[in-house]
Design a protein around this ligand. Structure first.
Ligand SMILES: C[S@@+](CC[C@H](N)C(=O)[O-])C[C@H]1O[C@@H](n2cnc3c(N)ncnc32)[C@H](O)[C@@H]1O
Length: 247
């Protein structure tokens, strides 16, 4: 089985992946069926494991940021965990934080399970199905001390993004923090040729999706009762919005 991944094709591009094969298998869910022609192909590894070179490449900067921002203890939720390559490193880096991986895609959930089975990480839970664009999911995931979302916002619509930010805010405990990471416009502009090309390819396949603006993101998080602690510049021209639920 071949699995298609969204992945930018030069180093200015942001790292992304999207399993289009499994999207067509999932009814009535907010998985987008179109993928841009810039998709590359990845071969799954053993035991249902998926390997995204993009996730491997950006893992260390993401883990370093999470180590700084997330609390030492409590409950952490990762939305759209993807292959599972990030969560195993995160759970090892924050061993007293109880980590819950999730994804909408059953193939991804199987992959997360396989990556998780490599190591005995007592603080890493079995991955769960979570459609983060569905209104109301937070009611089953309240009191989170940390929520991580990497590389999904550019693959969904504006209204779905509003829903996710609102649900993250509802899911967070008072003083809980979240990191929302991905490629974004800066002041309405696409700032590298790679970002222009990737955004245009996303729009060409689905006009509802594509890069969101950084200033719009700031408005949205504030509207949902989240204080913006800072915006971190990340490798490959990505941004990480670091927010905290107001006490
Ligand atoms: C670009 S990949 C990023 C995966 C991972 N966070 C990473 O950075 O390697 C996007 C992920 O979002 C998941 N996804 C797509 N739509 C979703 C939704 N509505 N709710 C939750 N996850 C979703 C896909 O299944 C896929 O695993």
């Amino acid at each position: 089985m071949l699995v298609l991944f969204y992945e930018k094709l030069n180093l200015e591009f942001t790292d992304d992946c999207l399993n289009s094969w499994s999207m067509s298998k999932v009814p009535n869910m907010s998985l987008r069926k179109n993928i841009p022609s810039t998709a590359s192909v990845a071969i799954p590894g053993q035991d249902g494991r998926l390997l995204a070179t993009a996730a491997d490449r950006n893992a260390n900067p993401i883990v370093d940021l999470v180590v700084e921002i997330a609390p030492e203890t409590g409950q952490a939720l990762e939305i759209a965990s993807g292959t599972g390559q990030h969560i195993v490193k995160l759970a090892a880096a924050k061993p007293k934080l109880n980590w819950q991986p999730s994804d909408i895609d059953p193939t991804r959930i199987a992959s997360i399970k396989t990556w998780s089975s490599d190591k005995t990480l007592a603080n890493l839970n079995t991955p769960i199905f979570l459609d983060a664009t569905q209104v109301g999911w937070s009611s089953e995931h309240t009191n989170q001390n940390f929520v991580l979302l990497v590389n999904l916002i550019h693959l969904i619509s504006v209204s779905e993004t509003k829903t996710i930010i609102g649900e993250i805010s509802l899911a967070l405990a008072s003083g809980g923090r979240s990191i929302i990471y991905g490629p974004f416009k800066r002041n309405g502009k696409l700032t590298t040729p790679g970002d222009k090309s990737f955004h245009q390819s996303l729009k060409a396949t689905d006009p509802e999706i594509g890069y969101k603006n950084d200033t719009w993101m700031i408005e949205q998080v504030k509207r949902e009762g989240l204080a913006l602690l800072r915006i971190e510049k990340m490798p490959a021209n990505n941004l990480a919005f670091i927010v905290e639920k107001q006490r």
